[in-house]
Design a protein around this ligand. Structure first.
Ligand SMILES: [Zn+2]
Length: 316
């Protein structure tokens, strides 16, 4: 077995459960860096609705146990915010549930496959202990929007991609002014748009802002309010402006990434995402369609190079 490159696994706090609204529990995995996502569940009268799962078998099993510590009711519905493995790898551990998601979420999961052989596993996360993962994509899919009900409580699922990925869906609970934003929002982390769109993310953030959410469960990091929207917008605009200058100066994405002074954004985790994000910004500057497929290998290679040739810090 390879020795872990990062030695701070022990400093990662255990996941926590927070009842963000009556019957609605958020499962928070700090520090919210690579692979440490948030998921959630809603306890109804006679069944549970789950929002996203986790990255590895162990983490997904721990999440399921956390649900079981709250309720014995059947886990009847599972919805996904997007295709990334930290939100979907654990889907298969909810075998009785109807798995709901965007049609493109299903497609992206099937195309990516599972680590260690598939997904973004081999290059980006060589040291993660995945466990025995099985493919379980959404099998009830939609294209624009769908409403789900937990008893009388309405949950509006709306497609807002391409943004963080090609297939982002937000889950809005209007009666509680509560939003599950998926990876449109990283609280304390760097936005990541290599598989999505910079401008698409900005557009999606404006639609999120218009909802008037009071409580937001971001895809990563602590529960927050709408103030976090401004932070994401500000980074993405900074990315667009920096990319415009770098593109005009003829700089390759990695060259530009090395020249950029991240300033306050350097305090966020996963700063190497900048090197990948610039590829996406360049694509949009050249007028390519938002969300067009780009070569993931070269973007990941640049992030690793930016990171001094080391894999990214993933303590999941
Ligand atoms: Zn993601």
């Amino acid at each position: 077995m390879t020795a872990p490159i990062h030695d701070d696994h022990d400093q990662i706090p255990p996941p926590t459960l927070e009842e963000v609204s009556p019957g609605i529990h958020a499962y928070i995995q700090l520090d919210g860096s690579w692979g440490l996502n948030n998921s959630a569940f809603i306890v109804g009268r006679d069944a549970v609705t789950v929002i996203d799962t986790c990255f590895t078998e162990v983490r997904a099993r721990n999440f399921r146990e956390a649900i079981r510590a709250v309720t014995d009711l059947p886990l009847r519905t599972l919805v996904n915010t997007h295709s990334h493995g930290d939100h979907t790898h654990g889907n298969y551990l909810f075998p009785g549930a109807t798995i709901v998601g965007h049609e493109l979420t299903r497609q992206a999961m099937l195309e990516a496959g599972l680590p260690p052989g598939g997904g973004s596993g081999p290059g980006l996360f060589p040291n993660v202990e995945w466990g025995e993962l099985e493919m379980a994509p959404p099998f009830v899919t939609f294209e624009e929007r769908v409403n789900l009900y937990v008893d009388d409580l309405k949950i509006e699922a709306t497609f807002v991609g391409p943004a963080h990925t090609s297939n982002d869906v937000i889950y809005w609970v209007p009666d509680r002014k509560l939003l599950f934003a998926g990876d449109l929002l990283f609280n304390g982390g760097t936005p990541f748009v290599i598989a999505g769109s910079v401008q698409g993310s900005l557009n999606a953030l404006e639609s999120i802002r218009a909802l008037g959410a009071e409580t937001i469960v971001p895809g990563h990091g602590e529960i927050c309010g709408p103030e976090i929207i401004d932070e994401m917008v500000s980074y993405l605009r900074f990315l667009q402006e920096s990319a415009r200058k770098g593109f005009d100066a003829g700089l390759a994405p990695l060259e530009l990434a090395r020249q950029i002074d991240l300033g306050k954004y350097s305090e966020w985790h996963d700063t190497e995402r900048l090197a990948g994000n610039i590829h996406r910004a360049y694509s949009e500057i050249q007028g390519e369609p938002l969300g067009v497929a780009l070569d993931a290998r070269s973007m990941i290679a640049d992030m690793i190079e930016f990171n001094g040739g080391r894999p990214v810090r993933c303590v999941a």
